[in-house]
Design a protein around this ligand. Structure first.
Ligand SMILES: Nc1nc2c(ncn2[C@@H]2O[C@H](COP(=O)(O)OP(=O)(O)OP(=O)(O)O)[C@@H](O)[C@H]2O)c(=O)[nH]1
Ligand SMILES: [Mg+2]
Length: 204
């Protein structure tokens, strides 16, 4: 069989190669209900071209899938998002975004496997879609931070009100976040890493 040079699998580009100084790799999951911005966050913050598994939302999903915001949203994640970010020369985070549509939630357990922590994205217009996600993380003992996405027509609530509505423990960090902005997504991940560190220190 002929093997054309164009078929050759090439390695990662210079920017995409893992820094040789990296000594610690951590798996983080980005979770939340349908359309809260998980794929957007992985894409905005990843230093490698993110892997996405988005499929077009069609009329076949009517009555089955959540179609909130479907006027502007045309695709939904059907398996996972994957990206990578180096937070320092030594520390690399591997990011896994979960699918938001309920019929793909069975994939969550696999995606949570081995995760050190999670970012829960919430949309204040639809807090109820976050309850299941938070419940599952608590069940599995995966520590998480809550990032409140600022959607244009979303009602404004204080962090205290949101904390009560979500029944969050007072130690769980809450931050505002614009998943479209790299700096904001990065700050959210730094908050998570600081929180994970504080939990480790508290345990010693
Ligand atoms: N205003 C605002 N819009 C956002 C933000 N994050 C995401 N969006 C928009 O919200 C829409 C949905 O974002 P996605 O990233 O596809 O959401 P998702 O959570 O991956 O959706 P599913 O995979 O279908 O559950 C997109 O049009 C984004 O541009 C944010 O922080 N602020
Ligand atoms: Mg998605």
């Amino acid at each position: 069989m002929d093997f054309k040079s164009s078929d050759t699998i090439t390695g990662p580009s210079q920017e995409e190669a893992l820094p040789h100084t990296a000594t610690a790799a951590v798996k983080i999951v980005i979770v939340g209900g349908f359309g809260v911005g998980k794929t957007t966050m992985v894409g905005s913050v990843s230093e490698i071209r993110p892997l996405t598994t988005e499929e077009t939302m069609t009329q076949a999903g009517i009555g089955v899938d959540d179609n909130y915001g479907s006027e502007s949203k045309t695709a939904t994640t059907v398996a996972m998002d994957f990206g990578r970010i180096s937070l320092s020369e030594e520390l690399v985070l591997y990011l896994f975004g979960t699918p938001g549509q309920e019929r793909f939630w069975f994939l969550w357990n696999g995606l949570f496997e081995g995760a050190l922590g999670a970012v829960v994205l919430i949309d204040t217009r639809r807090l109820e879609v976050s309850f299941d996600v938070i419940g599952r993380l608590e069940e599995r003992g995966v520590p998480f931070v809550v990032a409140v996405n600022d959607f244009p027509d979303a009602p404004h609530h204080s962090m205290d009100t949101l904390r009560r509505a979500l029944d969050l423990d007072e130690v769980v960090p809450m931050v505002k976040c614009d998943a479209r902005q790299r700096a904001s997504s990065r700050d959210t991940l730094l908050t998570l890493m600081r929180y994970l560190h504080s939990l480790t220190v508290a345990r010693v």
